[in-house]
Design a protein around this ligand. Structure first.
Ligand code: CP
Ligand code: NVA
Length: 302
């Protein structure tokens, strides 16, 4: 089999995603019991960051370290990419030395350019369009707390951003209903699944989106690269905060998720994210287990 990349959830089928989720949950249990399998002995992951990160960087570095391998951090500023070396040349060079490449960048086309020439697996660590590693961890978190997500109702509240686009992909792949509530002009770009089999729908009213939802998800109102729009967006999104009053419309057992970093008092109220039942810390921690499972899968498929 040729090299497998993970640029989007659509690079996997449902059975593969379910298998990764099961593997992540097993790796998490093993780690709690003090067992950290040497999954990546002698392997190296090269990580290119053109945007800031806490969770993505730490989870990939720890995943490789605990598995007996290495991760190398490359920022645009300190690598030749920042001085104009073509991404394709960087990808070819890294393919000679590393076993996998992770990239966090702006334009999605950049990860596609790298994947087109890389001879090792390329992982999308977030682009302006998609954040598949995070949604994989969110799925792990849902399965861990509530079991199968097929047939469940998920509400996305706020900006139709990279996370929202990856949720749209996940809805089609994992067969759950996704109701998206965004202000006008902030709809997601990946609308090909909207209306398809009633799985994905767009509404304006957050209450309508959240009604009887099993999972409520939000994210920042201004993503990385949109800092200058932050003040204007705070006005536009004012009525899209996930607070306890909004959560009261969801199913009684509904979970709340946020990929973090969060802005309390903007997209989420402290009473929701800091509630004792909040699973956002599990969700963040599951980046580690989900990505161990993903790396193991991609390196094995090579
Ligand atoms: N959720 C997430 O990707 O966090 P970081 O930006 O800290 O990596
Ligand atoms: N939508 C956010 C996610 C951060 C993890 C951003 O792109 O900044």
């Amino acid at each position: 089999m040729g090299v497998r990349h993970f640029l989007s959830l659509n690079d996997l089928d449902r059975a593969e995603v379910v298998s990764l989720i099961e593997s992540a949950i097993r790796l998490k249990r093993w780690r709690r019991d003090g067992y950290r399998p040497r999954l990546f002995e002698g392997r190296t992951l090269a990580m290119i960051f053109e945007k800031s990160s806490t969770r993505t960087r730490v989870s990939f570095e720890v995943a490789m370290a605990e598995g007996g391998g290495n991760a190398i951090f490359l920022s645009t500023r300190e690598s030749q990419l920042g001085r104009g070396e073509p991404p394709e040349d960087t990808a070819r060079v890294l393919s000679e030395m590393a076993d996998a490449i992770m990239i966090r960048t702006f334009e999605h086309a950049m990860v596609e350019r790298v994947a087109a020439v890389a001879r090792v697996p390329v992982i999308n660590g977030l682009t302006n369009s998609l954040h598949p590693c995070q949604v994989l961890a969110d799925l792990v978190t849902y399965f861990e707390h509530r079991g199968e997500i097929r047939g469940r109702r998920v509400a996305w509240i706020g900006d139709g951003n990279n996370m929202c686009n990856s949720y749209i992909n996940a809805a089609a792949l994992m067969d759950f209903e996704l109701r998206i509530a965004t202000p006008e002009g902030y709809e997601p770009e990946h609308l090909e699944h909207v209306g398809e089999g009633g799985r994905v729908s767009l509404v304006r009213d957050p209450v309508q989106a959240v009604a009887d939802a099993d999972l409520v998800v939000t994210d920042v109102w201004a993503s990385m690269g949109q800092e200058e729009e932050a003040a204007a967006r705070r006005e536009v999104f004012r009525s899209y905060q996930v607070d306890a009053a909004l959560m009261a419309h969801a199913a009684p057992s509904a979970l709340f998720m946020h990929c973090l970093p969060a802005h309390r008092g903007e997209e989420v109220a402290a009473e929701v994210i800091d509630h004792p039942d909040s699973v956002v810390w599990d969700e963040a921690g599951n980046r580690l287990h989900a990505q161990k499972a993903l790396l193991e899968f991609l390196l094995r498929a090579q």
